[in-house]
Design a protein around this ligand. Structure first.
Ligand SMILES: Nc1ncnc2c1ncn2[C@@H]1O[C@H](COP(=O)(O)OP(=O)(O)OP(=O)(O)O)[C@@H](O)[C@H]1O
Ligand SMILES: [Mg+2]
Length: 385
């Protein structure tokens, strides 16, 4: 290439547009990871790349890819790649762009654009995901909202029992119609394997790939207008969470944990998994956080403070703490969620719903919605470039 005129900075940037961050699945230029481009008179090209994390395992791959791409341009005599690590604000902006790119590529689902999608997740079974999902859904509906509940626990569904709902899903124009339950001024629209024509067909479904079942619950359903879609995740997140990340990348995650340190570590893994799929974690709920007996004495049976430690570690708010209380399993067995009654835990879930609805994942008002969304994307792109 000697003797050729060196490329312009724009040409170098255009070539860099083909370098994709393998983890984030978008071009490093679109992601705002390219900080500087310098082209010397003799064709020496220097590129600055800001990585999302220190010790990024993909550092060499990105560097090699950048070098290779620029090396193909006429007039380039040498390529130097300097890597730095971006700060938290920039990383957040990059993740916003990654989410937008993922959203553009995602298949269309029947979940209305306006709905906030919140997956209730944990790394471990039995910590209270389903109980939190059911009661949060009821408390949100109590605020006059329309709340979809998707029971993504295909094998171990518990939502129908917890919400006291039974029946069979009907199809309308070959789409499933969720079962409904009124809660005060609001409405629940619920879909679970438990509603699919009894035990037999549930057993038949077990042969199917789990992801496909969840995909159908997102695509082949008349969800109607929803303010929220809460997703009760199965224990051991893995596949279903990554499937959700692909199919519904705007899913946000609420992590449920119990007070002990061991549970926190597992929950932290669930959060790491969420981040790998670019899902935003909106907060942590500490469940079973101590027991207050009838005499008012408080016993932190499983330790205390685990939820807030995990929230700090993840850099997200502690959305709420739910004490250990016998009314919760009793309400679950009776199909009368405690959040709907006047018992001790009702205010706890009302408080959690308020936090979610006003702060952590506020429902999007119809008017001006797309304008705001665009503004947010533009902001993210600007911050990253
Ligand atoms: N705060 C609480 N106080 C008392 N019991 C609780 C509390 N939270 C959950 N439980 C009980 O713990 C058990 C497990 O709760 P739940 O089924 O909600 O957990 P899960 O995380 O969804 O479990 P899985 O991983 O199996 O889906 C249930 O019997 C439930 O009633
Ligand atoms: Mg469950």
């Amino acid at each position: 290439m000697e003797g050729a005129t060196p490329p312009s900075e724009e040409e170098v940037r255009a070539a860099l547009g083909a370098v994709v961050d393998p983890e984030l699945g978008a071009s490093i230029v679109d992601l705002g990871m390219v900080t500087t481009v310098d082209v010397g008179a003799g064709g020496e090209v220097e590129v600055g790349v800001a990585l999302t994390i220190a010790g990024c395992p993909l550092r060499n791959q990105i560097r090699d890819d950048v070098t290779a791409r620029i090396g193909t341009l006429a007039g380039v005599t040498s390529v130097h790649v300097h890597t730095t690590v971006m700060d938290a604000a920039r990383r957040a902006a990059v993740m916003d762009v990654a989410r937008r790119v993922a959203a553009e590529r995602a298949p269309a689902t029947a979940v209305p654009e306006r709905a906030r999608v919140v997956a209730v997740s944990s790394g471990k079974g039995g910590v209270g995901k389903s109980s939190v999902t059911a009661n949060l859904a009821v408390a949100l509906a109590g605020r006059g909202l329309v709340v979809g509940v998707l029971d993504a626990d295909i094998w171990g569904f518990s939502i129908p029992r917890l919400l006291g709902m039974q029946g069979e899903i009907e199809a309308r124009q070959s789409k499933m119609v969720p079962l409904e339950r009124r809660v005060g001024p609001g409405l629940l629209r619920v879909l679970s394997m438990g509603f699919l024509a009894g035990e037999d067909s549930a057993i038949m479904w077990r042969g199917l790939v789990l992801n496909r079942a969840v995909q159908q619950f997102l695509e082949d359903v008349h969800w109607g207008d929803l303010d929220y879609l809460l997703i009760d995740m199965p224990p051991g997140t893995g596949d279903i969470q990554m499937g959700l990340a692909r199919m519904l990348p705007r899913t946000e995650v609420l992590i449920v944990t119990t007070p002990p340190l061991a549970a926190q570590k597992v929950a932290a893994r669930a959060a790491a998994m969420a981040r790998k799929g670019h899902l935003r974690v909106i907060g942590v709920v500490e469940n079973m956080s101590g027991f207050t007996c009838d005499h008012g004495e408080h016993y932190p049976l499983f330790g205390s403070g685990g939820g807030s430690r995990l929230a700090t570690e993840l850099g997200v708010p502690l959305a709420g703490t739910v004490p250990l209380h016998p009314s919760l399993p009793a309400g679950g067995d009776a199909g009368e969620p405690v959040a709907a009654g006047g018992g001790e835990l009702a205010p706890v879930f009302a408080g959690l719903a308020e936090r979610v609805a006003t702060e952590l994942a506020p429902v999007v008002p119809m008017a001006g919605c797309s304008a705001r969304l665009l503004a947010r994307v533009e902001e993210a792109v600007r911050a990253g470039s």
